[in-house]
Every structure is written in structure tokens, then in C-alpha cells.
Design a protein around this ligand. Structure first.
Ligand code: ZN
Length: 132
């Protein structure tokens, strides 16, 4: 397929392009990001091409989170990284799913918490729920 032939992450995941690999199995390669947000910033790359989280097959999706946990545990042990210091404000596991829009903001890594009225929250929730 064209998308896969032109995809740099496919080439890295399959070892065609070299990378600093911290973990590899038959389904994934985990590499260090070349422009890390912090020391050890890693990318979990499925060896199969999926454009985004919406396209992941169930089998791959089921394996990503345990792998992330495994890598995270190794980071805590090997790099001495923190839990609370990471900016997590509620120490109960959660995963942000942040939609991106044309026109920005371009950088959500250091996002400034916005505001939303009860009406805006309800409206957005209804639009998402209507598509589930
Ligand atoms: Zn790809």
C-alpha cells in the first residue's frame, strides 16, 4: 500500500531505518524520540500500519497499554523518573483523548487549561455520544 510505502514509522518499526530501540517483539518496536520532551521519551510503534488510534485493530489496541505500562515501569526503575512530578494531578489512572482542530492550538504538550461552561460541556458531550 502507498501509505505504508511512504511511512517513516513503518520503516523504523520494521528496522529498515535504524533507531535507538529500547524494546522489540513481533508486534511492536519501542524507540527513543529524536526530539524528546524529556530524557527517555519513547514511541511505541506497531509494526502494522495504522494511521491513528481510531484505526487500531482490537488485537493491537489490547497490547498497547500493557506495553506502555511495561515501558513506564522500566523508566521509573532505570531513569528514576517521577509519578506526581509528571504533571498528573489526580493519582488515578486516566488517558486523555484530546481532539485537534484546524487552526490550533499547535502545541498541546504544555497546554494552558481552558474553560468550558456547563452548556459547552453538554453540547460537546452530546456530539460525541451521538457518534458512539
Ligand atoms: Zn506506517
Amino acid at each position: 500500500k502507498m501509505a505504508e510505502d511512504n511511512c517513516i514509522f513503518c520503516k523504523i518499526a520494521r528496522g529498515v531505518i535504524p533507531s535507538t530501540t529500547v524494546y522489540e517483539d513481533e508486534d511492536f518496536r519501542v524507540i527513543l524520540d529524536l526530539g524528546p520532551a524529556s530524557k527517555g521519551h519513547s514511541l511505541i510503534l506497531p509494526k502494522k500500519h495504522f494511521a491513528n488510534v481510531c484505526e487500531l485493530d482490537a488485537e493491537t489496541a489490547a497490547k498497547v497499554l500493557p506495553l506502555g505500562a511495561k515501558i513506564g515501569a522500566a523508566m521509573k526503575k532505570g531513569l528514576g523518573c517521577a509519578g506526581e512530578a509528571a504533571g498528573q494531578t489526580v493519582m488515578h489512572f486516566h488517558m486523555h483523548v484530546i481532539p485537534r482542530y484546524e487552526g490550533g492550538p499547535a502545541n498541546i504538550a504544555n497546554w494552558v487549561p481552558g474553560t468550558a461552561s456547563a452548556e459547552e460541556l453538554t453540547e460537546a458531550a452530546e456530539k460525541i455520544k451521538g457518534c458512539l
